[in-house]
Design a protein around this ligand. Structure first.
Ligand SMILES: C[S@@+](CC[C@H](N)C(=O)[O-])C[C@H]1O[C@@H](n2cnc3c(N)ncnc32)[C@H](O)[C@@H]1O
Length: 267
């Protein structure tokens, strides 16, 4: 049996009671922290509260060598832990499919996800979101050229044209660290500058930091302004809203400190 358990958003106490029960009854517990990470805890605190030894898996362990540890789930109870919800903005359905091919039964214990937290914290409506996207850290190519992905910008642009908000996940990289809202704004403006377009001009954005913690920061302002706003420590995420419903605009002003002038342009 392979149980996928979502850990929730911030610390070891965000797990559900069902998830905790799965862990306590497990023969072996694995966790991965490359798709998301709980910034308010660490492996030691988790092991203490859950009363179980937890083995950390790397991206390679999960994506390239999954059979090596999945095989244990053929005759024992194995639990696989992930930050947030295990199946939201991850590729872990691949693990479920591999398990199915190996004749291993799987179950899911859902966890609080950043996908719903951004709606709750900002007041933006979940049904008004389009395709989400991740901004990767820029890198320097073997020819010494700085490479900045244009895909996030293009996705945001298409969503705006369709009247849909965009959730913009920010890269977690073991060498380059956790991307901040400020870096994300810089990257979007850099791409815009190269294309010579005006999508980001006077474009409202919402930055969210440390959702699920006792002190999350939610700030809505124009892209240019968020470039220098201090969000504090990771994790960070960005939402680029499309046209706003008036309740959404009111929420951004009252709950996220957006400039009041945004209320003038909504019905
Ligand atoms: C690839 S998504 C995985 C989402 C996760 N499976 C879930 O359901 O929450 C991870 C990204 O979401 C954002 N994120 C996740 N948790 C967050 C939190 N507590 N506060 C702010 N952003 C968060 C960060 O941008 C992070 O890099």
């Amino acid at each position: 049996m392979l149980d996928f358990v979502g850990l929730g958003l911030f610390d070891e106490k965000d797990i559900s009671l069902k998830g905790l029960e799965k862990i306590r009854n497990a023969d072996k517990v694995y966790v991965e922290f490359y798709t998301s990470i709980l910034m308010g805890t660490d492996l030691e605190k988790m092991e203490q509260l859950y009363e179980k030894k937890i083995t950390l898996l790397s991206r390679e362990d999960v994506e390239q060598h999954a059979e090596d540890w999945l095989v244990g789930a053929k005759d024992r109870n194995v639990v696989f832990l992930t930050g947030g919800d295990t199946m939201v903005s991850t590729t872990h359905v691949d693990l479920r499919l591999r398990a199915a091919d190996m004749g291993i039964e799987t179950t899911l214990v859902h966890g609080a996800s950043i996908a719903s937290a951004i709606c709750g914290l900002s007041g933006l409506q979940n049904y008004r979101f389009g395709k989400s996207v991740t901004i990767p850290h820029p890198y320097v190519s073997s020819r010494g050229v700085r490479v900045v992905s244009q895909t996030p910008y293009d996705t945001i642009k298409k969503n705006i044209e369709a009247g849909l908000h965009t959730a913009v996940f920010l890269d977690i990289d073991k060498d380059k660290g956790y991307m901040t809202v400020n870096q994300a704004m810089e990257i979007l403006l850099e791409v815009e500058g190269k294309l010579g377009e005006g999508v980001m001009n006077d474009r409202l954005a919402v930055g969210v930091a440390r959702a699920g913690s006792p002190s999350p920061v939610v700030k809505a302002d124009y892209v240019e302004a968020l470039r220098n706003y201090d969000f504090g420590g990771p994790l960070h995420i960005v939402v680029i809203p499309a046209e706003l419903h008036f309740v959404e605009a009111e929420a951004l002003v009252k709950l996220a400190g957006a400039p009041e002038e945004i209320l003038e342009n909504v019905d």
